[in-house]
Design a protein around this ligand. Sequence first.
Ligand SMILES: [Zn+2]
Length: 449
Amino acid sequence: MDPVFIPYGAAGTVTGSCHLLAYRGYRLLLECGMYQGEAEPRNFTPFGFDPARVNAVVVTHAHLDHIGRLPRLIREGYRGPVYATEPTLLLLRPILEDALKIMEEEMARARRKGLPVPEPLWEEADLEALYRRLEPLPYYRPRKFGPFSVELQNAGHLPGSAFVVVEVEAKRLVFSGDLGHRRKEVLPDPDYPPKANLVVSEGTYGDRSHKPLAATLDEFARVVGETLARGGKVIVPAFALERAQEILYYLREFEERRRIPVAPVFVDSPLTTRVSAIYERVRDAFSLKVQALFKAGEDPFRPRKLHYTAGVEESKRLNTLEGPATIVAGSGMLTGGRILHHLRHHLPEPHSTVLFVGYQPRGGLGRRLLEGARRVRIHGHEIPVRARVVGLGGFSGHAGQDELLDWLAAEPRVLLVHGEPDKLAALQSQLEKRGQRAEPARLGHPYPL
Ligand SMILES: [Zn+2]
């Protein structure tokens, strides 16, 4: 029997990353992510393998769709350690604790309304058990897991994000995790993978390349500058991990270069506040430019008048704040959180701007605003839209098609995961045109190395 790679998640979809490597009775799990979306039933279906028989788990980065079922894995009988880089181990905690809070709120709401209380995917005790199993695995330090030698290299997608190089019986497998967008300023560029017998690659943007970042940044500076100059508020919905800090980085940069006026910047998201505190502690996880700023005594993520709001009362006071300001709040896709209050108060203001810096799903509030809706419903209220609504596409945290093709250039055989079927098909056909073997992964299907 050859060593095999078996996808148990993120096959033909972008979330739920979870894959097994098996050889001679040893089972190494790569990631254990959550399927994301309203009441996603796939999180509750059995894993497809016995968690009690997995020997070790390695995770690539701290996004929920790569770590969100780790406590579930323990609840279902996993007894071994979970490995990741130090920054990932730090960032994983606020992300999972936030997910727990959301699950508990949903249960409390159901109880209040007398509805059936949903079964928890996992509970605090499972999370505590996970925390006792966490083990650091630094970049570029191969480690033996049974027959497998595993090395993490930099994926440039989040602080501490990694792709995985596995050697077994003179064969090599590379698992991309999520691959970062090259030439972004905050994070280092991804490393290139060694030539492998099989590369398992993400294909989130398998069908298109990103616009150049410079054009996005020019528009960002222009829109923020214009809004602040006329005394308006800039409302930025942003993911708490990475996108919010990246926005703070550019706001600081633009202030320093006098591209925008110095005005108060409020971060109104408890999760963002926790993540930003971790950024201070993992300074060498960033690009050389960001590291140099830290070394010079600067905080690269701190515009001059930055303020992290402390509690709900302070958050509410922002509603009546006079004068120009930028407010960064979550959730990034407007599925809940404090951003909804800010939209409710500022969408009717013609001098304010709502600035989208992340993906907005079809049918969601963000997408409707971007499509030019004149009225929207928020918390049961009809809200007229008079503010300017701008969407900036260039901030993606994932490699675009051109970057994926560049990263995969030397690889003879590619298995595609973590992408919608049409995106994976587009990437597959580009790879095949170059004479590379490529196919989308099938759930539960074993792929020999
Ligand atoms: Zn990710």
